[in-house]
Design a protein around this ligand. Structure first.
Ligand code: UT7
Length: 328
């Protein structure tokens, strides 16, 4: 079986928070944020939660794929910021869009979540379990950032992206035919503390645990160092294992964490920034949403031509990393 991405969709909240807006609540400046990260503004949800954003992105993806919600057999939703511990966000999307025949569950791999979900969907299709899968990457980071910590609150934004994947007869080995050609996933749990967010609890009367409201804690420089080393490594591994070359890749669709991280990846891979599309200036880091939002933008702008080779890659808390090679 081959796995094809047959439709893309995305949704970002309407409210724009500029760097100047954030400079009113923490000691920062537009100049610092732009030069250190490439971010100019981000979208912040005003009451639209994680699942609603995901549903809106999903509807757009289904429309783009010309597929009805009833045809979806599995919904995989990657997020670290669900609206509820249970039911899962995937079940809420299922109810919202009317995907009555689907099984649905969430996947947690932070900013790598969409790639982990994409790769999981690919495996289900390869194994013959399912043929039509909706994969969503979504995060509402505004719920979990500490709005008094200038080191993290300026980086993140809210948003959702989705793709519809379909199994088609053919073999993965034919690298010229369109579909997902190869994938990589990895984790290093020993580095969990460099980027974390404690789960929210309401306290426990037996242990005397007090309620806590977990927020993002990050060692930015450690994450930066990890990303600029790991991203080129996994892209090179992806190409080597697929017996294709970096020169054959049209676009590197990378997790939007910091413009300087992407520049460093471009330098290491010896490719131009023209091949590394960015939207971090407008959305900041939308965590699991970033890769599918960018993919949807490229698709809707008509920049993806049949036969184009795309290397998708992301990294995040865990630490985790993932990549996928797609022939469009
Ligand atoms: O999905 C993965 C999520 N995370 C990431 O990808 C994060 C990766 N890391 C980064 O992007 C960068 O490390 C940051 C953007 C977070 C920070 O940039 P940096 O160049 O590594 O800055 P720094 O942490 O070395 O801080 C430099 C200075 C410090 O002041 P002092 O100690 O030199 O006086 C910080 O306190 O900048 C200060 N600073 C700020 N100043 C103004 C930190 N945040 C801000 C801010 N505005 N928002």
């Amino acid at each position: 079986m081959r796995t094809k991405i047959v439709g893309t969709g995305s949704y970002v909240p309407e409210h724009i928070a500029t760097n100047d807006d954030l400079a009113k609540i923490v000691d920062t400046s537009d100049e610092w944020i732009r030069t250190r990260t490439g971010i100019c503004e981000r979208r912040i949800s005003e009451g639209i939660g994680t699942s609603k954003m995901a549903s809106r992105a999903s509807r757009n993806a289904l429309e783009n794929a010309k597929i009805k919600a009833e045809e979806i057999q599995l919904i995989l939703l990657a997020t670290s910021t669900p609206d509820h511990h249970f039911p899962s966000g995937a079940c809420e999307v299922q109810a919202d869009i009317g995907a009555i025949h689907a099984a649905a569950y969430d996947i947690s791999a932070a900013c790598s979540g969409f790639l982990f979900a994409l790769n999981t969907a690919h495996s289900f299709i390869q194994s013959g379990c399912y043929e039509t899968i909706l994969v969503i990457g979504v995060d509402c980071m505004s719920k979990v950032v500490d709005w008094s910590d200038r080191g993290t609150c300026v980086l993140f934004g809210d948003g959702a992206g989705a793709v519809v994947m379909k199994g088609e007869t053919g073999t993965e080995a034919d690298t010229n035919a369109s579909g997902l050609l190869h994938m990589i996933m990895g984790s290093d749990g020993t580095k969990g503390s460099v980027l974390s967010c404690e789960a929210r609890t309401v306290g426990n009367f037996l242990t005397g645990t007090k309620p806590n409201f977990g927020t993002v804690a990050m060692d930015g420089q450690e994450v930066f160092k990890f990303a600029v080393k790991k991203m080129p490594e996994i892209i090179e591994q992806l190409m080597r294992e697929s017996e294709l070359t970096i020169e054959e890749v049209r676009y590197f669709v990378l997790h939007q964490a910091n413009y300087r991280i992407s520049e460093s990846i471009a330098k290491r891979l010896k490719v131009s920034m023209e091949q590394i599309p960015m939207n971090i200036d407008r959305y900041g880091n939308t965590s699991a949403g970033s890769v599918p939002i960018l993919l949807d933008e490229l698709n809707r702008q008509g920049r993806l031509k049949e036969g184009d080779l795309l290397a998708l890659a992301g990294f995040g808390a865990g630490l985790t990393w993932g990549a996928a090679l797609v022939r469009w």
